[in-house]
Design a protein around this ligand. Structure first.
Ligand SMILES: [Fe+2]
Ligand SMILES: [Fe+2]
Length: 271
């Protein structure tokens, strides 16, 4: 990851179009941002239901926080009115403008509860997720418009792949729990996930158009920095989730109270 960051941060960009295509190229080099190479997708068959549930739960925390990140960015970017308007559209969509007034998150909550028996309001937020959310909130609270515009571009740029990733993880979880129903097409969970694969189409392009009027030779580097920071922070979180899920499994198999409890004598040598 360091080599990708270094290369694209140091590169010279001549115009916005070139910058956009280079940023997409950079994004595609992060394995965890792609639904075929993401670390959890890649290992999902050897993860158990506890681990998959852990990842779905932690991801739901991010889904809930995302609208707050958009709001922060919108308020801080009020002096780029085109961008402000575009963010407002996205937030209206999240509030249910195209889903009969039902906010997307309510569809997720009810779907996960009905179809997966996962109560997202009772999820214990893991430390790695807390740290991830803090970093993201900091990114979207930046007072440099160009920096947060870049961050927003990345946010929208990874969204479709993220829903493909979640889809694969949820389907694996569903398959391992033979009594669940997500494989059927008419569940709320399917509506939520598949819906987003479509809703998100066009978001990235609209956002790019709303940023374009404000891009200058001087602020392009800031856009790149915001963009790469988001790619890096999300990628890192996926890696951490993988490792943490190993800890969660270990704790469960050894009937430990929580992840902090670890006693070599009783765990390793008891057998
Ligand atoms: Fe949404
Ligand atoms: Fe979006």
């Amino acid at each position: 990851m360091r080599a990708i960051l270094k290369y694209y941060k140091n590169k010279d960009y001549n115009n916005f179009e070139e910058l956009l295509s280079d940023l997409r190229e950079a994004r595609d080099k992060f394995n965890n941002l792609n639904s075929s190479t993401n670390i959890i997708v890649d290992t999902r068959a050897i993860l158990n239901t506890t681990q998959l549930k852990f990842v779905i739960e932690q991801y739901s925390v991010f889904s809930k926080e995302a609208i707050h990140m958009l709001l922060d960015a919108m308020i801080r970017n009020h002096d780029w009115p085109e961008l402000f308007k575009e963010l407002q559209n996205n937030i209206d969509e999240e509030k249910g403008q195209e889903t009969k007034g039902i906010p997307h998150l309510e569809i997720m909550r009810r779907g996960y509860e009905k179809d997966l028996n996962i109560l997202t309001d009772e999820v214990k937020i893991n430390l790695i997720t807390k740290s991830f959310i803090n970093k993201m909130r900091k990114i979207f609270n930046n007072n440099d418009n160009a920096y947060s515009a870049g961050a927003l571009l990345a946010f929208e740029g990874v969204a479709i792949q993220e829903f493909h990733i979640i889809d694969k993880i949820v389907k694996e979880y569903d398959q391992q729990n033979k009594n669940l129903k997500v494989q059927e097409n008419n569940t709320l969970t399917n509506y939520y996930i598949n819906g987003h694969k479509d809703f998100e189409i066009g978001h990235e392009e609209h956002l790019a158009n709303s940023i374009k009027p404000y891009v200058t030779k001087n602020n392009m580097k800031k856009i790149v920095t915001g963009y790469l920071d988001v790619c890096f922070v999300i990628s890192l979180w996926w890696e951490q989730m993988y490792l943490e899920s190993e800890q969660v499994r270990f704790s469960e198999e050894n009937q430990l109270q929580d992840a902090e409890e670890f006693n070599v004598e009783s765990v390793i040598f008891k057998k």
